[in-house]
Design a protein around this ligand. Sequence first.
Ligand code: CUV
Length: 621
Amino acid sequence: MSEKSIDQATLKMLSKAKADNVSLAWDRLAAQEPQCGFGQLGVCCRNCNMGPCRVDPFGDGPSEGVCGATADTIVARNLVRAIAAGAASHSDHGRGIASTLYASAKGHAPDYPVKDEVKLKALAKEFGIAVEDRTSQEIALEVAETVLDEFGTRKGSLQFVNRVPLKRKEIWDKLGITPRGIDREVVECMHRTHIGVDNDYVSLILQGMRTALSDGWGGSIVATEISDILFGTPQPIKGSCNLGVLQADQVNIILHGHEPTLSDILVHAARAPELLAAAKEKGASGINVCGMCCTGNEILMRHGVPLAGNFLQQELAIVTGAVEAMVVDIQCIMPSLPQVAACYHTKVISTSPKAKFPGAEHIPFDEHNAMEVAEKIVLAAVENFSNRRPERVNIPSDRMDYMAGFSVEAILSALGGSLDPLLNAIKSGAIKGIVGVVGCNNPKYKHDQSHINFVNELIKNNVLVVATGCAAIACGKYGLLLPEAAKNAGDGLRAVCEALKIPPVLHMGSCVDISRIMTVAAAIANALGVDISDLPLAGAAPEWMSEKAVSIGTYVVSSGIFTILGTVPPVLGSKNVAELLTSGAEGVVGAVFAVEEDPVAAADLAVKHIEKKRLALGLEP
Ligand code: CUV
């Protein structure tokens, strides 16, 4: 068991699942083994019905598919399709949030007033939208319309690319990878990877980069910025995480998925006095709303809602036997949940028309009468409390406090209003550099281990860590999001954290909030008058698994930031593609990918890279 996770709560629930005869992701992985070698290498093509085809990686069998596609073409096409799926997921999430702002401004979504007018006006100005003598509703309407237009714009490039330094824009323009429209890039990926269209691996990967950029500097940034306008820009906030946040004597509701449109409103709905009274009538002492995965990060960042865990803990939360409802919307939700829930009393409630789950109850969420639907969902959970089977309940006691909520605005205010203290700390070497640690869990690797070992090693080396997604949740569970964690940091970083009363690992939000990290990177580069690729920065996804992570990694590299992957992507079937991504890209976009499964060695790569960049900037390594 202990080889599966380093997290005590997880290990306890793994044992309980075994005793309860419940099968989990780890069991299903074992049933898949040995996994398909062609798939692992990326040399399997199912893009047309002359296939499926596969290229023999050892050179004994066929070297091309029926249409003549080589390993280079097949691997590149598969990669580009993964990027398109990932970018589409983030961007469609962004569109959903922007549509909610539109409905709000039109007066059709009364439960979604603008919460951050300052940010609304700042964004309006960025888009050249007039703010003087206009009501916030008028501004919101034009902002929503303008942002929604970015998805199919004909103006040639996305507005948010203007945040990056001129040098970066020139690189993109020269390569022809400046994103032109959010939807357009995804569509073009699907077109180019159809049989008989783009068969040149370099050309395909450039389109993959352009599509990823339409996510990082398009869809994701839209999701973040408009969420802040609607739900409030995060500020430092305290809370706690891991499965121990579930309460034995309360109605437990877990919000799992990605869109704050649902989760934010549900947090408020659960506070209604009549629902609380209903819960008490059922014998519960209260209603305990917790988050999971990225929607958990959204409500954690804004309301300090406890976080029950990260990706690999979703089934385990149900295994506690203490969850009345697992409410899901979109992305990273295992189809197995209703099956696991069938062994307990948990109701899995799906809410998005885009994501239905056989075996789950579907309560369609509607932004036009959001509060009403949210209350209905909470009531369903409350009513389920009496079905709880006490003999099946076992909540692990493990929980940890954290501090989160580090939006760009919150970081600036912690720094006293300008980036200067951070820049000075980097120049003096107190902080050597910054690494963004993001991404998922993956049952092929020991749960949370790579995240934690990688991050610990970095802070020891005076590298400030900014984290999002399931990586950030992992950090939370091990106390790395507490200011006290600075005691494990190197002297320089420790002093900075102590002076500013911040943790050495800053939780910046959900996966779409990696756009916050990119915005900070661009702002630092602009302040120093250099390109992003000149900065002592790196990115890492130590335990990634999703296609969204493929898009993220690609836009981070395409923005000029060296990125380390802790799990091997399916590209090794083409020497040319692998070589382009890990070395050739340096001369093209100024950054490359590295793959390193050992987290300590990965941290060493990041530190060496940072030292190299410092030296080039004339700073002491
Ligand atoms: Ni969007 S994409 S498992 S929830 S970080 Fe978590 Fe984050 Fe990966 Fe999913």
